[in-house]
Design a protein around this ligand. Structure first.
Ligand code: ADP
Length: 189
């Protein structure tokens, strides 16, 4: 089973992806985590993307498309994957479709976590306060505002794209973690 979790920063995609990994043996593929690992390892790619990410901008489609294309061939994705943070633009969504068609794979569902934007800043601040050693370069108010603007302008347009393919399922991301997990279960079962 291959699914996409969609929603603005702080919507809870990563939390639900971890639960799905454990419950269903799917593999979470988070482009944000992959890019942060490059930054931490100070690779040339990490050096290239660091400033863009810290400012809340998007790295180029080419970079993330290549990262995902190599990653989904890995044996740990054999039972399926959960895309978290990708696709984030319409060109990325189209590239994903081409990539999956070439590999004879398909998408089973695109799950949108619908959240109230006013709550997001509070959630992200809470995450930073609870994990002071893992504070992200982009977990500050300015970068979060930018990430929300980028989400509205570049990522939200992929919602109608998946709606037209009858893949889009919307769920209430403001409910408790358990209730969100239950809504996802109902969609996938
Ligand atoms: P969020 O918590 O906002 O959902 P992520 O951890 O998914 O954030 O991503 C953090 C940053 O990594 C983004 O703001 C962006 O700079 C970069 N990034 C992650 N995924 C992508 C992508 N698919 N396309 C472009 N940039 C990306």
């Amino acid at each position: 089973m291959n699914i996409i979790l969609l929603g603005p920063p702080g919507a809870g995609k990563g939390t639900q992806a971890k639960i799905l990994e454990e419950e269903r043996g799917l593999k979470q593929l988070s482009t944000g985590d992959m890019l942060r690992a490059e930054i931490a390892a100070e690779t040339p790619l990490g050096v290239e993307v660091r400033q863009i990410m810290d400012a809340g901008g998007l790295v180029s489609d080419d970079i993330v498309i290549r990262m995902i294309a190599t990653r989904i061939d890995h044996p740990d994705c054999a039972r399926g994957f959960i895309l978290d943070g990708f696709p984030r633009t319409v060109p990325q969504a189209q590239a994903l479709d081409n990539m999956l068609a070439q590999k004879n794979k398909n998408l089973d569902a695109v799950i949108q976590l619908v959240v109230d934007e006013a709550a997001l800043l509070v959630r992200v601040q809470k995450r930073a306060a609870e994990n002071p050693n893992a504070v992200r370069g982009d977990d500050n108010e300015d970068a979060l505002k930018k990430r929300l603007d980028v989400y509205r302008a570049q990522t939200a347009p992929i919602l109608p794209y998946y709606e037209s393919k009858n893949l889009l399922k919307k769920i209430d991301g403001m409910a408790s973690v358990e209730a969100v997990t239950e809504s996802i279960r109902e969609i996938l079962d």
